[in-house]
Design a protein around this ligand. Structure first.
Ligand SMILES: Cc1ncc(COP(=O)(O)O)c(C=O)c1O
Length: 400
């Protein structure tokens, strides 16, 4: 192991002093080596990438598609992404100037924040939220402002937003996750319109993270960009819709003038995305076959969701209806330990079942656990049997 004095002499960016590791990954790593552990922790589709999509990546490799592309990504991919956004959500983006191909939604988010944040700038984050938002904001010198929406069925209301806008200065943007990680809640067109009416009166940018847009179970997905395109940048990609997390292809779509600057930052950060991955994502976005692949996956997730809602409700857990993504954010029943971190570790100790403590997702998350149902029905059945045994044991112990 090489020892370096540099860590001690302040070599790092001071912003890092405020940054914490991802609570999801920290918890997952801590429990991963426990024998017989069953993990419903990470949001990772358990399906294989469809063969025709793999074939597209292989064809690019065989054709020696091995040189730098352009930073915004190949034209064919941007055209396919533009058509996809138009076909599914009625959005209208010029592939030449309004779409950038990113290294997963993650790099898109990072690049976007790096491009817009000045010191003192604030990013509004309705919570419970995907923890990455706050940490990326801090790395880039900004300040996250959390808006606890747990009292409003996990949906940001226009009144709540108005209240925050009236009290905070230097607000640069708000991040709306629709469908939501960790709650699985989705926004209706009406709810989005009401929020857009508030934002329209301001100079605030809406960062609309729609990476789970294809996994909306109870109603068609509505994109914020169909309502307020001039103040919205959409984040999307193929990671969740096509089970392609490891290919690392995402997209940013927004007004040309904004995308130009963002693309400049993006080019310095990544140069260009990977060609075989772009070939695969092009196939995923454009082929009719891949629309069916996603519909099939969505059907499987829906069955799992329905199964979990029924079982967990019987065990006394309450949750906002998880109508999208593949997460359930469940309130720990009052007769069990209300400290979500202790609860989660105790569940691991006694039943080797891992679910993520809700407090890691920010204000409003304490007392909840997040369960990912990107796992087979067999796994979910075993998980529910373990959870049932845990509840029985704990409840018996309490009565005695
Ligand atoms: C809300 C949200 N946004 C973005 C991402 C990252 O997506 P990608 O794998 O495309 O970087 C995730 C992954 O879990 C997520 O839950």
């Amino acid at each position: 192991m090489i020892k370096s004095k540099l860590e001690q002499v302040g070599i790092f960016n001071d912003n890092l002093n405020k940054v914490k590791p991802s609570p999801i990954h920290s918890f997952d790593e801590k429990v991963s080596d426990i024998p017989n552990i069953l993990k419903l922790t990470i949001g990772e589709p358990d399906f294989s990438v469809p063969q025709h999509i793999k074939d597209a990546a292989l064809a690019a490799i065989s054709a020696d598609d091995s040189h730098y592309s352009v930073s915004a990504g190949k034209k064919t991919l941007r055209q396919a992404a533009s058509d996809f956004l138009n076909d599914r959500y009625g959005l209208d983006y010029d592939p030449a100037e309004e779409i950038i191909t990113t290294v997963g939604a993650t790099e898109g988010l990072y690049t976007l924040l790096a491009a817009i944040l000045n010191p003192d700038d604030k990013i509004l984050i309705p919570t419970p939220a995907y923890p990455v938002y706050a940490e990326m904001t801090r790395i880039n010198g900004g300040h996250p402002v959390f808006i606890d929406v747990s009292e409003d069925k996990f949906v940001l209301t226009p009144d709540h937003l108005r209240e925050i806008i009236a009290t905070e200065d230097h607000i640069k943007a708000i991040i709306i996750t629709n469908p939501s990680n960790p709650t699985g809640v989705t926004y209706t067109a009406e709810q989005l319109k009401d929020l857009a009416d508030v934002v329209r009166e301001t100079n605030i940018l809406i960062i609309s993270d729609e990476i789970y847009s294809e996994l909306s179970y109870d109603a068609p997905h509505v994109s914020m960009a169909s309502i307020l395109p001039e103040q919205t940048i959409v984040i999307n990609g193929v990671s969740k819709s096509h089970a392609m997390t490891g290919y690392r292809i995402g997209i940013l779509a927004g007004p040309a003038a904004l995308m130009k600057k963002i693309n400049m930052v993006h080019g310095f950060v990544i140069m260009t995305p990977s060609n075989p991955a772009m070939a695969a994502a092009t196939e995923a976005f454009k082929s009719a076959e891949s629309k069916d692949d996603t519909l099939w996956m969505k059907e499987q997730y829906k069955k799992r969701r329905d199964y979990l809602v029924e079982k967990m409700t019987k065990l006394g857990f309450e949750m906002a209806t998880p109508s999208g993504a593949f997460y359930m954010f469940a309130k720990i029943p009052v007769d069990l330990n209300q400290n979500d971190v202790e609860f989660a570790y105790d569940l691991v100790d006694r039943q080797q079942l891992a679910v993520v403590p809700g407090s890691g997702f920010g204000p409003g998350g304490a007392g909840y656990v997040r369960i990912s149902y990107a796992a087979s029905l067999d796994m979910l059945e075993t998980a529910m049997n373990r959870l049932e045994s845990y509840c029985e044991e704990k409840r018996t112990v309490k009565i005695l």
